[in-house]
Design a protein. Structure first.
Length: 313
């Protein structure tokens, strides 16, 4: 369970079952009654800002970012819900011809296994770090060494000064090099935010204009991330780095200056030009947005192609 995941088991019949090898990515929501994976089962994946509402994701199934699965639906083994789709019938969960799902590929399986390996490694590292120094796993502090993808522990640098602040209300971890002073961050950041350079690193972060609540900034292993100056990040948004062949350089996710990212929006392994406006619930993956681009509410842009709108907002 990654940053800002929400699991709600409400009422006598609202229980949630999380199986072995289940992956709940940043800001995902699971509302009971729901089942993700199975005890002893293969990996099951719920993506960034995806919502599982009273549904089942079987072992070996995936739900992509900003997709939603409605009550009573079962996403079967071997199927992947596409980004932004709303699965409202069992036929939509099973039939490719309806355009909302596609088969899980060998690459998808490798990706899930890699995610599990990375997070098991980090969990062990954070546990050991917490035993040695309980305050180091709170607020602003170092990442645990995590061979092979991030073998060195780094302390965040704020305005040129290495900074450890366990009482800071948000998490800033690892090789994060920020322009703001701590007192400035207190003014511009909300609560429940995570800027976490424990897998990807370094993160170069310019002055933040505004970061509301439950914003996650992270990246896949062997990548890095640059955020420019005077950017604003809306509630529950995700900025995530990762390697993608369409980028230049391919390992770097870049967000320019004076960018506005709307609530619940996801930016994944992309290059975002200056003064871009990304609407609420939009999904941008593997793409380059020219300076001044406006991305409408709920737009789905993958590999520089507009694929439609998020269907449940």
């Amino acid at each position: 369970m990654q940053d800002s995941v929400a699991i709600r088991a409400v009422g006598r019949d609202g229980g949630v079952v999380i199986g072995d090898h289940a992956i709940l990515a940043h800001n995902a929501s699971v509302i009971g009654p729901a089942t993700i994976g199975a005890p002893g089962g293969a990996a099951a994946f719920v993506g960034f800002n995806a919502v599982i509402d009273g549904a089942t994701v079987q072992p070996g199934a995936m739900v992509s970012s900003l997709a939603k699965v409605s009550p009573g639906i079962v996403i079967p083994t071997g199927m992947k819900v596409k980004p932004g789709m709303h699965i409202k019938t069992q036929a939509e969960a099973e039939q490719e011809s309806l355009g909302k799902v596609e088969p899980v590929t060998r690459g998808d399986i490798q990706f899930m296994n890699d995610v599990i390996h990375v997070n098991e490694t980090l969990a062990a590292g954070y546990s050991a770090q917490a035993i040695e120094s309980p305050s180091s796993v709170r607020g602003i502090g170092p990442n645990p060494p995590a061979p092979t993808f991030n073998p060195i522990s780094h302390t965040p640098t704020l305005a040129g000064t290495p900074t450890v602040a366990p009482r800071f209300r948000n998490r800033i971890i690892g090789d994060v090099q920020m322009t703001n002073l701590p007192r400035q961050l207190h003014r511009v950041m909300g609560h429940g935010n995570s800027i976490r350079a424990d897998e990807a690193s370094p993160f170069l972060v310019g002055s933040i204009a505004r970061m509301t609540n439950r914003v996650t900034v992270h990246g896949l292993e062997h990548s890095d991330l640059i955020l420019g100056d005077r950017n604003a990040f809306g509630f529950h948004s995700v900025i995530h780095g990762g390697s993608d062949s369409g980028q230049n350089p391919k390992e770097t996710t870049v967000v320019g200056d004076r960018v506005r990212v709307g609530a619940w929006a996801v930016v994944f392994r992309s290059t975002i030009g200056d003064r871009v406006r990304i609407g609420r619930y939009a999904y941008v993956d593997g793409s380059t947005l020219a300076p001044g681009t406006f991305v409408p509410r709920g737009a789905i842009i993958v590999n520089n192609q507009f694929l439609g709108r998020v269907q449940w907002v």
